[in-house]
Ligand binder design. Structure first.
Ligand code: NAD
Ligand code: TDX
Length: 336
């Protein structure tokens, strides 16, 4: 199998590239990534000399380059991770979310269609379903109801993917996963932001009342789910991915404070995110029943391992935090 993985230098993509090269030694992986602020080749230092791995820098809106690569490497499967992924950035600068997430997906779909690719997997998100009340779960038939420019762009992409199944009979799958955590998570997102800030003795900014709920899944369990969908997902189907690990943001931040042994005084309640979704929770029954997927990590072991990874890999996140990130941080949180 020759896999074109787009966005493979980001958080989930890099974990997926590593997973694939390890679990499927007969696959070839072409990692195609623009290396935006979120793309980082340091995430893949350990695999770069693997003969089954190739990296190409490029934009998923570059049809000619994609077409050339698909032909050159005889690609049979495309997995699309490439996207602008941070909700807060989509509130301050939505334009690039439409270009990369919507238009980029459509360009990729066309390249896949023109080259008769065997399968196209779109890595989507539970955020396309919008927000839940205190009870209930998102299933694959929950209507799309996105609330942020980010989730709206992902929902738009999902609809394009489905349209290529209905209109052109392309073999597509969409995965909609809940919040991931784990190694190489960019420190703008809640968990790595709180771990790294706590280690630096910085304030821990909690939006609103901190009672918003997210459903956390270890990134390696997500990668295993995508692997299964590539191998056995039924054409045209959507698969929700989640491990029933709901936590309020307050619980997450308090856990990090406790595990790192820092002062609770660092926790600071700040202005709420605009359009802040209250609760996400995934029902993964279809993935479990049809494809036999089950998460391997409990949240307790996963978060313990993740905190330890950030303790052991301070150079990785300090490099990120010392660059352009500082401008972002000051704009977002009003301090350095
Ligand atoms: P990330 O921001 O860490 O990585 C995104 C990667 O895509 C980066 O390497 C970036 O350089 C690349 N990229 C961005 N625009 C590109 C373009 N135009 N052309 C080529 N490459 C481009 O994001 P992530 O958290 O790893 O998320 C990956 C995917 O998974 C996204 O599609 C996201 O919507 C989805 N997702 C994320 C989560 C989560 O909790 N992080 C949950 C469910 C789904
Ligand atoms: O500084 C913060 N303070 C805070 O209270 C940040 C960055 C976040 N939060 C809150 C907002 C959310 O309720 O924490 C929660 C999680 O926030 P993020 O880490 O930004 O994740 P979220 O908005 O839930 O989106 C994530 O999950 C779904 C990913 O970033 C998306 O790419 C994915 O689709």
């Amino acid at each position: 199998m020759n896999l074109l993985v787009t966005g493979g230098a980001g958080f989930i993509g890099s974990n997926f590239v590593r997973h694939t090269l390890t679990e499927n030694p007969d696959y070839k992986v072409i990692n195609f990534d623009l290396l935006t602020y979120a793309g980082n080749l340091e995430n893949l230092r350990d695999v770069e000399s693997n003969p089954n791995y190739t990296f190409v820098k490029g934009n998923i809106t570059n049809r000619e380059l994609l077409d050339y690569l698909v032909k050159k490497h005889d690609v049979n499967v495309i997995v699309n991770f490439a996207a602008e992924s941070h909700v807060d950035r989509s509130i301050t600068n939505p334009d690039v979310f439409i270009t990369s997430n919507v238009q980029g997906t459509q360009f990729l779909l066309n390249v896949a269609k023109d080259n008769n690719i065997d399968k196209f997997v779109q890595v989507s998100t539970d955020e396309v379903y919008g927000s839940l009340g205190e009870t209930g779960y998102f299933t694959e038939t929950t209507p799309l109801n996105p609330n942020s420019p980010y989730s709206a762009s992902k929902a738009g992409a999902d609809m394009l993917v489905q349209s290529y199944f209905e209109t052109f009979g392309m073999n597509v799958n969409i995965t909609r996963c809940s919040n991931n955590y784990g190694p190489y998570h960019f420190p703008e997102k809640l968990i790595p932001l709180m771990i790294s800030n706590a280690m630096e003795g910085k304030e821990l900014p909690v939006y609103g009342d901190g009672k918003n709920v997210r459903d956390w899944l270890h990134v390696k369990d997500h990668c295993a789910a995508i692997d299964l969908v590539i191998k056995s997902g039924r054409a045209g189907e959507i698969y929700n991915v989640g491990g029933h690990n709901e936590r309020t943001n307050n619980e997450i931040v308090e856990l990090i404070v406790e595990k790192l042994g820092v002062s609770r005084e660092l926790i600071k309640y700040v202005a709420d995110r605009l359009g802040h979704d209250r609760r996400y929770a995934i029902d993964p029954t279809k993935l479990t029943d049809e494809l036999g997927w089950n998460p391997k990590y409990t949240f307790d072991t996963g978060i313990e391992e993740t905190i330890q990874w950030y303790i052991d890999n301070q150079e990785w996140w300090k490099n990120i935090k010392s660059g352009e990130y500082q401008n972002y941080y000051t704009k977002q949180y009003g301090e350095k």
